[in-house]
Ligand binder design. Structure first.
Ligand code: GLU
Length: 358
């Protein structure tokens, strides 16, 4: 089985600050014993910013983007060193992969990352992935590692996504641990309240979004569990569910659509109710006539988010035209577009093959 395990900041750092190297060593040991049973592992590891914060002498919760980037440049080396030692002491190698959202925008770099990951896995090396925090500015950031974990999971065709955190799993509004989620409904989403803490970027909300992405794009299960419990990864692989499992759907999308799904939108198109229905129910392309608004300043080929009339995200796709051109043709039918533009623009603003439901 190919498994992606994501570990959150609060799991890998100590409450008083700095890395929890004892825990990282224990987790590395668990991964190595499972590798010996024939499984393959990829790790998405948070903790760089918090690990470097102390070195900069900054108090928790007071860091702006500049300081986070500086902290990450210090902390990433410590983090990687802790993983390297944990694996090397058991005869294994770790490979560092730092990604930023722009690396996923170009099809060629997306494919390069996939090739590198597959090559490391073939050679028995454990890829340890994190966001390239030192180069990504706020608007170009993935934001949290749950999202990176989901994108990489669908990219490498992993069989399971395991998100380890410092809570047992998802709790319903009555406080009960939810063992299984078959469908991510608005009610399920409402159970995720806010962010984790001042030192972590995600929270249950971003875990639910990650589960939704892998379920929709490649139909696999996502587990959320408490990583401080010893043996939790083995338990999950052997079939138990110590926390919450989000069951995968039935669909497995082609890799081109998975690539699009991992992109960060450069702008948005608001669709009317009829266009939303056509996209969701008939797998239609987005036509100019159904567009009621254009947000942002994107160019031809950029990823754009398609929103419903109430502003809810419906789909993500690659625009055939720039924002400026779409503003000219929004709401128009094909014959008036032809007249207006002398035939240089057409009604199809996003082709269905470049469109992914979110
Ligand atoms: N990349 C950040 C770090 O290593 C963590 C992001 C997150 O918490 O999801 O500190």
């Amino acid at each position: 089985m190919r498994i992606l395990v994501k570990l959150g900041t609060r799991l890998l750092t100590k409450p008083e600050g700095g890395l929890d190297s004892v825990r990282i060593d224990r987790l590395a040991g668990e991964v190595v014993s499972l590798l010996e049973e024939g499984h393959e592992f990829l790790i998405v590891s948070s903790g760089a910013v918090e690990a470097g914060r102390q070195g900069l002498g900054i108090c928790p919760g007071t860091m702006d983007i500049r300081h986070k980037q500086a902290a990450a440049s210090i902390g990433q080396t410590d983090l990687m060193n802790a993983w390297r030692q944990g694996f090397a002491s058991r005869g294994r190698m770790a490979g560092q992969i730092l990604v930023s959202s722009s690396d996923f925008a170009l099809r060629s770099s997306y494919l390069n990352i996939r090739n590198t990951l597959n090559t490391l896995l073939e050679r028995g090396v454990i890829p340890v992935i994190n966001e390239n925090d030192t180069v990504a500015v706020e608007e170009l950031k993935f934001g949290d590692n749950d999202r990176i974990a989901a994108i990489v999971t669908v990219k490498v065709d992993a069989d399971k996504l395991i998100l380890l955190t410092d809570v047992e799993g998802l709790r319903s509004s009555s406080g009960e641990l939810v063992k299984e989620v078959n469908e991510i409904t608005p009610e399920v989403e409402s159970w995720a309240c806010g962010k984790g803490s001042e030192c972590s970027s995600g929270g249950m909300g971003s875990k639910i979004q990650a589960a939704r992405m892998v379920s929709r794009l490649c139909g696999i299960d996502t587990y959320v569990a408490q990583g401080s419990a010893e043996g939790v990864i083995s338990e999950i692989i052997k079939g138990s569910n110590p926390g919450t499992v989000f069951h995968g759907g039935k669909s497995v999308l082609p890799h081109r659509k998975r690539w699009i799904a991992g992109m960060t939108p450069a702008g948005s198109l608001t669709l009317d109710a009829g266009a939303v229905r056509a996209v969701l129910e008939k797998n239609s392309s987005v036509l100019a006539v159904g567009i009621t608004g254009v947000g942002g300043d994107f160019t031809e080929g950029d990823p754009v988010s398609c929103l419903g009339p109430g502003g809810e995200a419906v789909a993500l796709g690659l625009a055939n035209f720039s924002a400026e051109d779409i503003r000219k043709i929004a709401g128009c039918n094909s014959s008036s577009i032809k007249d207006m533009t002398g035939g240089c623009l057409n009604e199809e603003v996003i082709n269905r093959d470049n469109l992914v439901i979110v």
